[in-house]
Design a protein around this ligand. Structure first.
Ligand code: GSH
Length: 216
């Protein structure tokens, strides 16, 4: 039995706590009852201190025994192959899960992240707003017709889509009742709550050490 290790930063500022993407991998392991540990790399010098593990200086990345994987989506699909609870084993269910996982990354997060980034940077003419409204509107229609995206059940695709949609600025964008119900349904799951609490707990525990060092 291989050993799963999820890697994240040793500390982050308060704002992103509960949203750092290691939460996706924690959540998946919790859903599937996969045993895992969490290890950290220093937040300071993050852009260069782990490039051999994550070429963009980001987190998370995953170890499964000797196997090393970066990109949260790749990590989720890897975990999906280990447990039917995350990805149905039948060809149709698996294909649906794959397509919605990629849709979460490449049709939704591909717009929500730059939109959020420009908004935070104070860009008044955020041309992504129209595009984002269109995509989220299309998704709202689909979520009005089904409880989960793939295979009539919760899968790793929902985990990822809900994590993309729960970012506060995205969640409060427009009036999208079905999407809001979907995000609530996903984040009410005990596995999400545990993953989130564990992540926040790790960063809070690091506050003390950091204060002792005199930083921030
Ligand atoms: N596409 C990457 C994005 C990872 C990402 O944006 N990670 C953030 C934390 S949630 C990060 O490391 N940010 C620091 C940085 O980009 O310098 C993935 O899904 O793994």
């Amino acid at each position: 039995m291989s050993e799963l290790t999820i890697w994240t930063y040793d500390w982050v500022p308060k704002g992103p706590r509960g949203f750092v993407r290691d939460l996706r991998l924690r959540w998946a392991c919790e859903e599937a009852d996969l045993t895992y540990s969490v290890r950290t790399i220093p937040f300071d010098d993050r852009e260069t201190n782990h490039l051999e593990r994550q070429p963009f200086g980001q987190v998370p990345f995953l170890n499964d025994g000797e196997l090393e994987i970066f990109e949260s989506g790749a990590g989720l699909l890897h975990l999906g192959r280990k447990s039917d609870k995350l990805m149905p084993p039948d060809p149709v269910g698996e294909a649906e899960t794959l397509q919605w996982t990629i849709a979460a990354l490449n049709s939704i997060e591909m717009i929500t992240v730059p939109w959020w980034f420009l908004k935070m940077s104070g860009d008044e003419n955020d041309e992504l707003t129209g595009w984002m409204g269109k995509r989220l509107g299309q998704l709202e229609k689909i979520l009005g017709e089904r409880e989960w995206l793939a295979a009539d059940r919760f899968t790793v695709a929902d985990l990822l889509m809900a994590d993309v949609l729960r970012v506060p600025a995205v969640r409060s964008f427009g009036d999208r009742a079905a999407t809001e119900a979907y995000v609530t349904r996903a984040t009410d799951r005990p596995s999400f709550k545990k993953a989130r609490a564990d992540q926040i707990g790790l960063f809070e525990a690091a506050d003390e050490k950091r204060t002792e060092k005199g930083a921030d």
